[in-house]
Design a protein around this ligand. Sequence first.
Ligand SMILES: Nc1ncnc2c1ncn2[C@@H]1O[C@H](COP(=O)(O)OP(=O)(O)OP(=O)(O)O)[C@@H](O)[C@H]1O
Length: 957
Amino acid sequence: MSPQSHAKKRELVIEWLNSILPDLSLRIEASDEELRACLIDDTVLCRILNMLRPNSLDQGGYLKNFSVSQSENVKQFLAAMDEIGIPRFELSDLQKGSMKTVVNCLLALKMHSISYVDDLSAISTITKAESIDGDVSSPGSLPPLSDEEIRKASPGLKYQRAMHNPVISEPSAAVLQHVGHKVHDAFQLKQVCYAELPVTNILEMMASNNFDNAPTQSLLNVVYGILDASVETKNDEITHHVACILRKVVQEIGRRLSTQADHLRNQNSIYRALEEKHGSKIRELEALVSATHKETKQVTNQPQHIKSRRKKNNSWVSTSTVLSCFRPTRKQNVNLKMEEKQKAEKQEMMKLVKENEKYINEIAALKEELEIAGMMDKYCSREMEAEAKAAIAILQTRIKDLEYLLANSKNKVKDLEATFESKCQRWNMKEKIYKNFIDSQLEAMQDLRSTSEAIKQEMIETKKSYFVEFNHLESKVKALTEAAENYHEVLAENRKLFNELQDLKGNIRVYCRIRPFLPGETEKLSVVENISENRKLVIANPSKRGREGQRSFQFNKVFGPDSTQGEVFSDIQPFVQSVVDGYNVCIFAYGQTGSGKTYTMTGPNGATEEEWGINYQALNLLFRVSQSRREHILYEVGVQMVEIYNEQVRDLLSTDGSPRKYPYFEQDRLTKWKLVNLIMLIVIFVFLNLHTVGIKTISQPNGLAVPDASMHPVISTSDVLDLMDTGFKNRAVSATALNSRSSRSHSIVTVHVRGKDLKTGTVLYGNLHLVDLAGSERVDRSEVTGDRLKEAQHINKSLSSLGDVIFALAQKSPHVPYRNSKLTQVLQSSLGGKAKTLMLVQLNPDSTSYSETMSTLKFAERVSGVELGAARSSKEEKDARELMEQIVSLKDTIAEKDEEINRLKSIKDLKPRIPRHQRIDNDDDACLPAEEMKMHFLFYRFAWSCGGRYSIAKARW
Ligand SMILES: Nc1ncnc2c1ncn2[C@@H]1O[C@H](COP(=O)(O)OP(=O)(O)OP(=O)(O)O)[C@@H](O)[C@H]1O
């Protein structure tokens, strides 16, 4: 409780005490302690006791049973309280109790004095206000009296009216409980934003009589809650429904204010009526008093009157006594009557005196009562006026605030209404538009429906006609399908025939593969215009646009940049497989440097199984096939791996640590004739200042082109992997401007397969040459110098030799210059023998490599036209083979003898007889007589090695 209200209440109590206990007027300024002390003061107790139990004081103003001990008096006081049924309070409660306890005590005392019932309302208001304020009394103090206790204790009308007055007193807890939880909940929303309440709840609140029953404090809480919420959210907007609550609350407060004002007016009029009533009562009493005075006077005058009358009577009596002498009995009777009358008058007088006294007492009591009532009235009216003024002032300010808020909300409502109206207009417009749209759509729908109906009809008719046509077509299609099936069969047959023709012709197969752009080359232009049907390749000249700049090539197969290693191998597989059937197969990769030859033949560094190149996959396949046939044929597989580096053949699988060079790798036993031959050759070479390599030019039955190179038997793929790793580590590789890991040599992996039929004893030989050529390069582009330049020159020279061989083969020239390079020598059996040969042309799609790409493709085109004759298998009957070998060796021996003689004869005459224009080969490098000599000699050897197919007579010398 605030100090102001405490002081106010204290003053109120003191004033009230002063009014009922005038002796305390000196103690008005007393403190609480003194006030409590005065309450237990004998005099005060006595007076209170007297008030409660009249006639308990003696004439001296002290208790009749006054005791010298104050405690005795207190005991009496408490006994008196017990007597009249006041709840017993301990004295200590009075001493220790708070102001509230004192007030409660006095209130309890006062309730038993019915004459002071009007004051009760004021006290109860204070008590209620205190209990509403929530001021809890200090420990040991008495709880405030409940409304019920007060009502029971004093069932006076005014009190009840006061309790039910919504302004003076708040509804009791019971009433609040009766109103229900909803109101409580709704008005406890001070901490919660009203704007967040659902609209249905607000409407429910508005519809119910919650506002009528709610305490004013709760209503004000609602207002404050809304104001706080709007201040806290810093949002000036008050929603429509919250504005409605505000309006309702303000209306309710206004209604209560007017009720309060009415009540005050009623109170005033009641007090005025009371005053008048008391005034008239006083006047009546005064009149009564004056009448009584008169009567008293009359009564007091009556004895004198009687005396005077008696005197007269006495005189009359004296005269009459004279007479009485004559009438003695009558006189005595008259005297008796007179005496009786006097006695009666005396008694009446006594009665009147007594009545008078009684009236005087009553008047005094009434006066006292009137005074007190007047004072209380004045006090109450003053209090109520002050309260009403304060409440009115507060409420007016609140009303002003609320009006201001209301005005704001009204403005906002207006704004909202305006926006709502504009939105409504917009929506109306939209509605109209939509309506129009829907109407038009409906019309369109109608049209569509009618057209759809028409179309339906049409469809039905068309269906019918189609059905007829379909039936007709079906029969045609059937005929066509049959024809198409036949066509496919014919196509397949054509393809087969073409292949067979190719096999018969022994055409070198040419597959072309275009490598993709590498990670750093994505922005480069591609020269590849189109790849169609997997066979045709169109190349566009970057400097010439349109058809003019395009050139198309056709190969057996064209693999695009997206092709995988697996896809490439699946087309090569049949070639590889034919090795185990005794065929010689040669697969060589050709292309400019950096075009992907090594990638296709070997795979990238650290390749996975999917990335394996042809080398690994081919060997893997051979193992698989040999395994699957192991019950019938016993296969032995051996691997050789050599490289031709700077025109030197080197064994890449040499076990002594460094690649071995093989200047001579003839394997035949040195027969007498051969020894002579060799000596002859040495003599001639020394004579000509030439050197040559010892590559066997005739295909051996076992197909060994480089017989001195180490042969490594392999029995599993892992053996192959190990060998290849060793071989590729030994290979000459270095970085150029066009390839960071450029192969500087031609690598040749030769797989020798020997199969023995377990039933027939037939032995077959097949070998597979897997050749990764070094890349052709333009020396100016690859920017090489020194050793690299020398390497490049060798590479280019050997490749041009290969070109010459191919050219000669394509022209079916009688002389094929195999001996111009080691490369052509090694590949001789594959290019000129009865082998199956496959050339893989690798292309770099970069437009800057256009000229290289074109020359590569032209070369490949020429290669694809080369016919080698039908490939032959070495699968022959053992006896037949031996016989054949015998015949061949006999023929050879005879031929050798004859030819050797002739050769030696002709060599003697060779030099002076060869005219310059009769040079036999197209080797550009062979421009010296010595070179010419060498070439003639080689040609002679070639003719000789071909088993006499080319007669010396046909040679141009
Ligand atoms: N089909 C392909 N897919 C992905 N990368 C490839 C492909 N073909 C080639 N390459 C990459 O291109 C680069 C050059 O390839 P590679 O070394 O095989 O060329 P090359 O023709 O053997 O060159 P050189 O003649 O100089 O030895 C390598 O980095 C290789 O990994």
